[in-house]
Design a protein around this ligand. Sequence first.
Ligand code: CTP
Length: 401
Amino acid sequence: LAGEIAESIGSRAYCVGGFVRDFFLRVPNFDVDLVVEGDGEELARKMAQHLGGKARIHQRFRTAALMLPDGTKIDIATARTEYYEFPAALPKVEKASIREDMYRRDFTINTLAIALNPDSFGDLIDYFGGRKDLEKGLIRILYNLSFVEDPTRIIRAIRFEQRYKFTIEDDTLRFAKDAIERRLLGKLSYKRIIQELMLLLSEIDPLPALDRIMEIGVWEYMIPEIDLNKVSRTMIKRTPIIITWWEERYYGKNIKGWLVYFMLLLAGLDEELVIQIIKRYHLDNYARKAIQESRQVPQIVEYLWESREILPGEMDQRLDGWSNESMVLLLLSIKDELLWEKLVNYLDLKEQVKVEINGFDLKEMGLKQGPEFRFIFDELYRQKLNGIIKNREEELQMVKK
Ligand code: CTP
């Protein structure tokens, strides 16, 4: 449909980027990116009309995000060329052909495009030998200044290298090492560094990439305070298993994987350093709160260990409001099987148990709305977790008492 609409408005549409790369690698990828020679915004609007979705247009970058009713997200960009006013700056943007749009990209494996217009539907566009490099498993830049213009590409190269178990092509590696030696990564803003680190830590198993980052001398530009040699490799290795287990058991409670790894990286640092790092990288409130919680994990493990007879309601007093990521970290830190079962039992109960009465019920009982409402609901919830009360009737009776 995208191709037909593009044709009708005199444009040409292509499917590009990670989706095409992963298609050839037979890796599932649901991020569809389209590039349009002509008018990307118009295509997005027309597609939204036809398919019943919503198009959000970002005029400045000539891009649009199309949200379809089934939840699919398609990014649509007008083919553009970019130029950099100075190294490591954000690029300036101008309209261009698909070839130019591909040329500004990082690695050959990301320059494949599939034509969508009816006259050429399904044709593979491969100007820079991307298909061959995919077969050979090579990460290769397109032009010598690639890392100078955008040093984050050094980190991206390592990410792809480790994700697909590819090799960074010899000349590319030389240019990367040269850029590192020239300290170009030092020119990047904290924002761009943390974005790359988050992407790296969002990989299923980021450990090999972290090792490579350290080996090649990039870590000192990321979070130099953290000594990667001191971070628990066992915990990092177990993390993907626990996250998968969690997401299957608590469907819908998705985990920000990067945050769990980030907490693990910060675990050995002093409180003050942690606060500095949180501030420096402008982490959002959710991440800040989760990291604060994660600092309590060792004490909580000790507390749970010492109070073996603890009831779920009492656990809730310590863990109420905790982020899913901190819970995962807590699970990761527990080695005793019985303790693990107790914690999982509490988490399972949290899924099932709900207080059935509400504020109206309390008012009907003659109680005045105020802070004690919160207290009553908390208490009811905990007694329910403990199995002392089971239904609405018993809740009402307990309030009366
Ligand atoms: N890109 C680039 N330089 C960067 C970041 C991105 O040239 N510093 C290009 C890449 O060619 C990439 C495209 O922009 O194909 C889209 O970027 P992104 O969505 O980050 O990459 P994906 O290739 O989809 O990677 P991932 O699978 O990690 O999402």
